[in-house]
Design a binder for this molecule. Structure first.
Ligand code: RIB
Ligand code: CA
Length: 303
C-alpha cells in the first residue's frame, strides 16, 4: 500500500513514521509537514532527520505554518519539547524540502497514484483541506484518508471537549468532514487504549539499539508530560494507531457517522455526530494490547 503521512513530528509522530518504515505492507511515498506539535520548519527538519536515521530517501514537502484564518501558531513546548523531539536539541538540517508545497504534492501524488494512495493525517488537517480546495479530483483520486484526530464519544485531550489535531485547525477539519474522501477517523476513542509505558520503550531499545533507542530517548519528555498532566503511566500511541489502521482495519470496530466540528466558543474543536454530514468510518473500539504488540514487534525489527 502506497502511503503519504501528513505529520507534525512530534514524538508520537516519530514513532508512527518508524512503524511505517518497518511495516512490510507499506510503501512510504513521502511525508508532508504541518504546524502543530512544532513550528512547520521544525516539522520539516525533524521529518528529514528521522528519514535519514531510517535510511529512507523519500520527499518531504512542507505545508501550512498556521491554521485557517490565523497568522500565528505557538506550539505547546511542554508536550513534545522545544524542538519537537523531547529534550533533543541541535537537530541538524539534513537534505532539503521538496520543491512543491504540501497541498500541491498531495494532489500530484494522488493523481500519479490514482486509486492506490492512502494519506494518513496525524497533525492538524490544514494541508488536507488545502489539497481538497486545490484539486476537485483529489478526494476521488485517493484510495483512502486516515485521520488521527477527534474525540467523538470520549473526552478530549487539549480541552475536555476537543482532541489536539482537530482543535489546532477546527475550520480546516470542518472543511474536510463537509466533503470527505473515503475516510477513517482514528480518534482518542481508540488511541487512549494503546498506552505505551516506560518498560515498553526500554524493551524496544534493547531490541533495536539504533531506532528503538532513539525513540526511547525522546519519549522521556513525553512520558513525563503524560504522568504529570494526565496522571497516566504511559503515552498514547496516537499516530502509530492511525498508521496501523491504514493496513489493519479489521482490528478496529467502526461506525458510519457524519461529523461536524465546533468551530467557535468553549467547545472549539469538538467532533459531534451530525446525520446531515457525509458518513465516514469512525473507530469505536480496538484491542489496545494488540496494537501495542504489533507496533513493538515491527519497530523492534529496525536496526
Ligand atoms: O491528540 C494527539 C495528536 O496530537 C497526535 O497526533 C500528537 O502528535 C499531536 O499532534
Ligand atoms: Ca501528530
Amino acid at each position: 500500500m502506497k502511503l503519504i503521512i501528513d505529520t507534525d513530528p512530534g514524538i508520537d509522530d516519530a514513532m508512527a513514521i518508524a512503524y511505517a518504515a518497518a511495516a512490510p505492507e507499506i510503501e512510504l511515498v513521502g511525508l508532508t509537514t504541518v504546524f502543530g506539535n512544532t513550528y512547520v520548519h521544525q516539522s520539516s527538519r525533524n521529518a528529514r532527520y528521522l528519514l535519514d536515521k531510517l535510511g529512507l530517501s523519500i520527499p518531504v514537502a512542507q505545508g501550512a505554518s498556521f491554521p485557517r484564518g490565523s497568522e500565528s501558531h505557538t506550539p505547546s513546548e511542554y508536550v513534545h519539547g522545544p524542538e519537537g523531539f523531547g529534550d533533543l536539541t541541535d537537530i541538524p538540517e539534513i537534505g532539503y524540502n521538496h520543491a512543491l508545497p504540501a497541498a500541491e504534492f498531495l494532489a500530484e501524488m494522488a493523481r500519479v497514484h490514482k486509486g492506490e494512495l492512502v494519506v494518513c493525517a496525524i497533525g492538524p488537517l490544514t494541508n488536507i483541506a488545502d489539497a481538497i480546495r486545490l484539486d476537485p479530483e483529489f478526494s476521488s483520486n485517493l484510495k483512502r484518508l486516515v485521520i488521527m484526530g477527534g474525540a467523538v464519544f470520549c473526552p478530549g485531550n487539549i480541552t475536555e471537549h476537543a482532541e489536539a489535531n482537530i482543535y489546532h485547525d477546527a475550520a480546516a477539519a470542518n472543511e474536510v468532514f463537509a466533503t470527505p474522501p473515503e475516510t477513517v477517523l482514528v480518534g482518542l476513542d481508540v488511541t487512549l487504549k494503546t498506552l505505551y509505558e516506560a518498560a515498553d520503550f526500554e524493551a524496544l531499545a534493547s531490541r533495536s539499539p539504533h531506532m528503538g533507542a532513539f525513540l526511547h530517548d525522546i519519549s522521556r519528555f513525553y512520558l513525563k508530560f503524560y504522568k504529570e498532566i494526565g496522571g497516566l503511566e504511559g503515552c498514547g500511541l496516537h499516530d502509530s494507531t492511525a498508521v496501523i489502521a491504514c493496513t489493519h482495519d479489521p482490528m478496529f470496530d467502526m461506525a458510519s457517522i457524519g461529523l461536524q466540528v465546533i468551530a467557535h466558543g468553549p467547545e472549539l474543536g469538538a467532533t459531534r455526530p451530525d446525520p446531515s454530514r457525509p458518513s465516514i468510518s469512525v473507530c469505536r473500539n480496538v484491542d489496545g494490547a494488540e496494537v501495542v504488540r504489533l507496533f513493538t514487534d515491527r519497530v523492534a525489527s529496525l536496526p
